[in-house]
Design a protein around this ligand. Structure first.
Ligand SMILES: [Zn+2]
Length: 281
């Protein structure tokens, strides 16, 4: 006899329904547990990287990790290595500064300029022009003289003098110096300590454009820079010279083709890069 059609309307039905409910309840508990564990795992993934990225508070430049001179700073961006080139122009301001600024504006690129004190005195408005255009203005001494800067240890004194001049023109006191002739062998441990105490920094270069050598060939200057650019981080030494100005469009095009972006020196993210390998510079 079919239990459903007997006097017992309950029959097996309710029991079946009962066990079905129990099963559903168990299933929903399992499902909730599963959701909780998946949710927890996802939340952990969000929290975990933050813990790993916790930064160490750096109070002195000496604590900043030393950049390896092999230029191995690699930034990944969407899985692609980010390559950054810093164009650095020495020895201005000069008769060519305006043309260089115009060319950079044309190319929509910012650069870093290292100005000499006596040249600032001669053409102060060019300092303002460069700063207004968004370029970084760095310090390149008063005399540009090896003997005076390194043997007579006038490096810091001269850089601070230039810093003051730039501050009067732009309202900013730059911290970055470019040692005339490079930091090695001129910057001794003593000078390095003086530089650090004065809260100044030093940047040499990773690529010499050889524009001082190829005076008559913009083509060779451009070729030198483009051929030598290999690493994710390149600081390119340039001078305010006619051959350099003429080489500029080719340099920019060639570096872009190699995947470089252009950047200016950033005081908030100083990367020590000096030939004397002093971590406090
Ligand atoms: Zn120079």
């Amino acid at each position: 006899m079919d239990s459903y059609n007997t006097g017992n309307p309950i029959g097996l039905g309710p029991r079946k329904r009962h066990s079905k409910n129990k099963f559903l309840r168990k299933l929903s508990i399992l499902f909730t547990l599963l959701l909780l564990s998946v949710g927890g795992f996802i939340a952990y993934q969000y929290i975990k990287p933050k813990q790993q990225l916790a930064t160490v508070t750096v109070t002195t430049l000496g604590q900043v990790p030393v950049a390896n001179m092999e230029k191995s700073r690699v930034d990944q961006w969407n899985g692609v290595t980010k390559k950054v080139a810093y164009l650095t122009f020495e020895d201005g301001p000069s008769a060519l500064t305006t043309d260089i600024l115009n060319e950079l504006a044309q190319q929509q690129i910012k650069a870093t300029f290292f100005f000499i004190g006596s040249n600032i005195d001669a053409q102060p408005t060019l300092v303002k022009d460069a700063a207004t255009a968004g370029h970084y203005i760095g310090l390149h001494s008063e005399t540009h003289d090896y003997e005076t800067l390194y043997k007579k240890k006038q490096y810091v004194k001269e850089m601070l003098s230039v810093q003051k001049k730039i501050n009067q023109l732009t309202g900013h006191s730059p911290l970055l110096t470019r040692p005339p002739y490079g930091s090695s062998p001129g910057i001794s441990k003593t000078i390095a300590n003086d530089v650090a105490s004065a809260n100044l920094r030093v940047w040499d270069w990773s690529i010499d454009s050889m524009d001082w050598y190829y005076k008559d060939s913009a083509k060779e200057v451009a070729k030198t820079v483009i051929d030598r650019a290999e690493d994710p981080f390149e600081i390119i030494l340039l001078h305010e010279q006619p051959q350099t100005l003429r080489a500029l469009p080719a340099i920019v095009a060639g570096l872009k083709k190699k995947g470089y972006q252009f950047s200016i020196y950033d005081e908030d993210f100083h990367i020590p890069f000096n030939f004397v390998q002093q971590s406090n510079l």
